[in-house]
Design a protein around this ligand. Structure first.
Ligand code: GAP
Length: 436
């Protein structure tokens, strides 16, 4: 499919209809850019999370995981620079009162109504709340705007407990919150989202090589999810767009239907965060090299990706339209190992022993922890279309021949080719395709 305009709207509508993503508290009119994942969306999200954890943590000896609290001592955010610097310039329209991020509008008139825009004022993106019954300055706490600080303040705890030696990484997956001024493009910029972050601690002399290493590793990871290489690129940050903590940063960008946009940032944070926490807490959180007995603050190379943006990328990249037997077809071409439903099993008709055989097959395949669906409703063509729309790679049909020779047909979503496969070898046949 060449023309990708309108794909975001189609995805939002398909997402709701098929149970990928709903607006949060929709029956009350929603809540500005927060989202709920339905049965298929949560499968996609879990797949992303699990693959990240497997590839970044489980398979590596030099990375350990952790899970910090969302609420942290507010001093963390003073030290990290977020209280002073995590802000965007806000402008307001004098006519319609809409608010925008200054760097998201061109010129000095309102993009909605053409009214005059105010002078910019800085707006801090952190959500504030209060700890305990008193709502005063002394009880302010913030919802974390990044998971990374939970790792930095635990650097010494984790390093000593796990006896890791530099270079090594600490990884974390968790919710982050930002009171974004402008939101939109479906889930792309939300106020509540999930991050997958790796903070890699290395000797300052090796920072450059590790930066390159993680840049490549993380770029390749998106390709391993089945995202088309030609829709991915790396983009170095200009000096004036670097975050307050970053020395160098490159974004991994995806070509969304609304343009190239950030999926993940790889940053050299230098010694900024650990230096700041060392100073404000007064605790010596430096690393002690067991060989040289040198005590030093390691440099941090960070890889920080968004789970929601990755899910959106998988949806956008998979979306396609074609024509089958003269009928228009809307489909999601997920890589089989990513697809939320792995296979569907259809009895051709609701009589003879076909439903029973189909149910037995579903049970056998589900025993392998594959999400496999049974469907006997409507014509076979309609059942195929329903599965194409949610990206199910394989449809298995139990038909008249099954009772004679214990074979079924396996239809491939992309090639539309139907193969006859014996029931005995079906699990092996699918397994090869589901585990690349
Ligand atoms: N610790 C570094 C950090 O948080 P960031 O570039 O601000 O860096 C990292 O965020 C990633 O988190 C982004 O690349 C994106 O995938 C995700 N992200 C950030 N803000 C988001 C938002 N408002 N909605 C959805 N995802 C967001």
């Amino acid at each position: 499919m060449q023309d990708r305009s309108g794909v975001m709207e189609k995805l939002a509508s398909l997402g709701k209809r098929k149970g990928f993503i709903f607006r949060s508290s929709e029956i009350y009119g929603g809540l500005g850019s927060t989202w709920d994942y339905g049965p298929l969306g949560v499968e996609l999200k879990r797949t992303v999370t699990e693959r990240w954890w497997t590839d970044v943590v489980a398979k590596r000896e030099d990375v350990v995981g952790m899970d910090a609290a969302i609420l942290m001592n507010p001093k963390v955010w003073e030290a990290s620079g977020h209280v002073d610097s995590f802000q965007d310039p806000l402008v307001e329209c004098g006519q319609c009162r809409r608010r925008f991020r200054q760097d998201h509008v061109e010129g000095d008139v309102c993009p909605e109504c053409g009214g005059p825009l105010s002078e910019p004022r800085m707006f801090n993106l952190m959500f504030k709340t209060f700890i305990g019954p008193l709502e005063d300055e002394g009880s302010v706490a913030y919802l974390r705007p990044e998971t990374a600080q939970g790792i930095f303040v635990n650097f010494r705890n984790v390093q000593e407990a796990s006896r890791q030696k530099i270079p090594f990484g600490i990884a974390q997956i968790g919710k982050a919150f930002r009171n974004e001024i402008t939101v939109g493009n479906f889930t792309f910029r939300s106020r509540e989202f999930e991050q997958m972050e790796l903070e890699w601690f290395c000797h300052p002399d090796e920072a450059g090589q590790w930066f390159e290493y993680w840049l490549q590793a993380r770029f390749d990871w998106y390709i391993s999810l089945g995202v088309a290489r030609e829709h991915l690129r790396l983009r170095p940050h200009e000096p004036d767009e670097l975050a307050h903590y970053a020395k160098v940063c490159q974004d991994i960008e995806y070509e969304f239907p609304f343009g190239w946009s950030e999926l993940e940032g790889i940053a050299d944070r230098g010694t900024y965060d650990l230096d700041q926490h060392l100073e404000l807490s007064g605790k010596d959180i430096r690393y002690l090299d067991p060989n040289t007995h040198e005590r030093y603050v390691p440099v941090v190379i960070e890889s920080s990706g968004g789970i929601d943006r990755t899910v959106l990328t998988l949806l956008a990249d998979a979306y396609d339209e074609d024509e089958v037997e003269g009928e228009e077809r809307m489909l999601l071409r997920f890589a089989p190992h990513i697809a939320p439903i792995k296979a569907a099993v259809f009895p051709l008709v609701k009589r003879e022993e076909m439903p029973e055989t189909a149910r037995r097959i579903v049970e056998e395949l589900r025993a392998r922890a594959w999400n496999v669906l049974y469907d006997e409703g409507g014509s076979i063509g309609r059942r195929y279309r329903r599965m194409d729309e949610v990206g199910t790679p394989f449809c298995i049909t139990v038909d008249g021949q099954t009772a004679e020779d214990q074979t079924v047909t396996v239809r491939d979503r992309d090639t539309l080719v139907q193969e006859r496969v014996s029931i005995d070898s079906l699990a092996g046949h699918l397994s090869e395709r589901l585990n690349p």
